[in-house]
Design a protein around this ligand. Structure first.
Ligand SMILES: Nc1ncnc2c1ncn2[C@@H]1O[C@H](COP(=O)(O)OP(=O)(O)OP(=O)(O)O)[C@@H](O)[C@H]1O
Ligand SMILES: [Mg+2]
Length: 262
């Protein structure tokens, strides 16, 4: 469903700051795959997502989504099919708009072009039901401006907004990293529930190795712009943090950063 062929991105080419952020990446992601991505700082994880979402143009290679070549599509053209969450809970929601209005906007994605679509009564009922499933009590705060929510509540809402119209692909870039451990676990569990319920093809960057092995069905390990390991099946099932660290040092040219070991 998502295919990357020889994808490369070099920043500041032919200067002293040249950085080969992605080097000949080949990936074939199947429908319903939930793939976790780990790697040290600067390995190219976020750049990989930026290449897929169209935030960055690639220098070389091709990207296909559902057999359609999207390499030359702009970010906003891809956004109809791709949901995305970042580390910062402030991204992805409009703080001065209410929960209900934010959900209304997300719900209209790919349907109408109006920036302020009227919210139908029927939709409000649906939003309430979906919010109640998050189990954060947000269903009783539909008229509350999103800016008043906590980071965890806001990230859970962003997750709901990204998936209320089921995306073809969901990209999660360390989306629980800025939350306290308990809230992070809660948002992670919600993520897993939504992804499984709607069978959403998902790529999730995390620096939490136990979570990278616990959630999803495949793990990509990146180092210096390359995918150096792909873990799946029995090998992944039997993988431990210690074994993974050993595998990493055997296969990577750099050392595993502290961030990966948090
Ligand atoms: N817009 C940009 N301009 C120049 N260099 C960039 C840009 N974006 C990323 N880079 C560089 O590309 C490399 C890969 O960065 P990227 O953000 O993809 O790493 P990452 O694996 O997400 O790391 P982290 O775990 O720290 O988030 C880094 O060396 C980074 O400095
Ligand atoms: Mg990153």
């Amino acid at each position: 469903m998502l295919k990357l062929e020889n994808v490369s991105i070099t920043f500041n080419a032919n200067t002293v700051n040249e950085r080969k952020a992605l080097q000949n990446i080949n990936l074939n992601i199947k429908d319903g795959d939930f793939i976790t991505v780990i790697g040290s700082n600067g390995a190219g994880k976020s750049t990989l997502m930026n290449a897929i979402s169209g935030t960055y143009r690639i220098d070389q290679g091709r990207i296909f989504l559902d057999d359609k070549n999207i390499t030359n599509l702009k970010e906003h053209q891809r956004a109809k099919k791709i949901g995305r969450l970042f580390q910062d809970p402030l991204r992805g929601t409009a703080p001065n708009m209410t929960i209900e209005e934010n959900l209304g906007l997300a719900y209209s994605r790919g349907k109408r072009r109006s920036l302020f679509p009227g919210i139908r009564k029927k939709d409000v009922g649906y939003f309430k039901k979906e919010l109640a499933a998050l189990d954060l009590g947000l269903e009783d705060r539909m008229k509350t401006p999103v800016g008043l929510l906590s980071g965890g509540q806001r990230q859970a809402l962003t997750l709901l907004m990204a998936t209320i119209v089921t995306p073809k692909l969901l990209l999660l870039d360390e989306h629980t990293a800025a939350l306290d451990p308990k809230t992070a676990e809660k948002v992670m569990e919600l993520t897993d529930k939504i992804v499984k319920n709607d069978n959403i093809t998902t790529l999730m960057i995390t620096h939490n190795i136990p979570n990278a092995l616990k959630y999803g069905n495949k793990t990509l390990v990146m180092s210096q712009g390359k995918v150096i390991l792909v873990l799946e099946g029995e090998e992944r099932k039997n993988m431990t943090v210690d074994k993974l660290m050993k595998l990493y040092s055997d296969n990577a040219d750099d050392v595993m950063s502290d961030k990966m070991l948090l």
